[in-house]
Ligand binder design. Sequence first.
Ligand code: B12
Ligand code: SF4
Ligand code: SF4
Length: 399
Amino acid sequence: MKLFVGIIVGVDSSTPEAPRNGSREAGSEGVRLRDAIRARALELGFSACGFTGAEDLDCGPLLGKWIAENRHGLMDYMERDIERRTSPRRFMAAAASVIVVAWKYRGIGAAPDPDWRERLTGRVAAYALGEDYHLHLAEKLERLAAFVRYCGSRATQVHVDGGPLVERHLARRAGLGWYGYNTMLLHPDFGSTSLLGCLLTDLPIPADTEPVADRCGTCRSCVSACPTGALDRGPTIDARSCVSYLTIELRGPIPSELRSRIGNWVFGCDDCQDVCPWNDVESPPVTPAAARPSLVGLLSMGEDEFHATYSGTALARPKRRGLARNAAVALGNSANQAAVAPLERALAEHDEPLVRTHAAWALGELGGEQAARSLLRAETHDPTPPVRRAAGAALARTR
Ligand code: B12
Ligand code: SF4
Ligand code: SF4
């Protein structure tokens, strides 16, 4: 998702006391300015705030290699303008500094439900619960931007996630944490369970601390916990096999060899963060119902219900058909015969061929006579060739 906003001039009427006309020096005025901006960021609810210059990032060659190896899968936007992704000044020529913020979201997360197979519930990654974080963070960053302009900045620009800038590397350079083997930015106080945002400004604010040294040590728990082997010891990721990519970004069919490893994830994945010793174990996450949606409900959801439930949330991104596809896969992984009837209905009636092909696969996983009868019908009568083929392949597995 792309979201970056540029603003020239503007004042937030609720701004607290602040140093005016930001210092051009890295002296005590600059430090005072930095402290005031950080205090405002924390007051706005951010968990951490760091500062770095707007010079190019040095990760261009690594990023280029990652793209050349096609590890971005079908996320075409990653291929465009690689130079821009590592260069804040290509977005705002006057940029002198980057203010990087982290927003810790843990506490609204969801623990895995050991009984999900019986209950037929899915799992939603913790960062995605509640209002779409792009909007939430952008709104807070805009308020911080207003304060920065009040301090003398004449131009600011807000980036949250979808903007091409490589945010974790900016965060690392701004002293917010280190780059873990799960490829996340880990903060020493709250680990990886945070979202990042960047604010470009023409104010030269003295850079913050040195990058935090690697604290992973010999631990590689995240690499072992990844259900699809998407992490290597680079530390890099192959997005093509990451459950987060498969359930959110991938629009078409999920490669069949990966489906059984997805478990009950229907949006995103937290497996490589749940095992990380740096993540907060003292405040066990609560589990709002939205974190464990009914798989049958997702599979059979109509357009109106989808919009009523998911508009304005991060879960709108894969669209109704993406969530229904994911629910079909999770039902196929449930080993519960109670999932056969809803999958049969989806195979016979769902308006999206993508969902019907995944329902066919899931019935093949569950097996049994009832599933086989439905698959035979779909193999013969479905109007779409890919669904007929998927039904035929699944039927062969039930025999
Ligand atoms: C594309 C993308 C994805 C892709 C690819 C993930 C990835 N790791 O790159 C997919 C869809 C899989 C994904 C998944 C998730 N994402 Co995402 N994603 C992005 C996005 C838009 C771009 C990231 C990017 O540029 N990747 C390209 C790769 C090449 O970049 P990289 O991993 O940094 O690559 C570097 C390393 O390989 C490094 N490197 C190689 N060798 C070495 C050696 C050393 C010593 C070091 C230090 C570095 C290093 O150099 C490379 C070049 O930059 C960012 C937002 C942004 N604009 O930055 C969010 C972002 C990274 N995602 C985020 C989140 C929350 C997630 C999920 C946790 C969501 C979920 N629960 O499902 C998962 C986590 C999966 C994971 N383990 O990474 C957050 C991370 C916050 C944080 N604290 O780190 C971000 C920053 C969004 C945000 N604004 O908060 N995401
Ligand atoms: S988000 Fe899940 S699938 Fe992706 S790297 Fe982490 S554990 Fe692996
Ligand atoms: S699980 Fe271990 S290796 Fe992975 S990010 Fe956390 S500390 Fe680093």
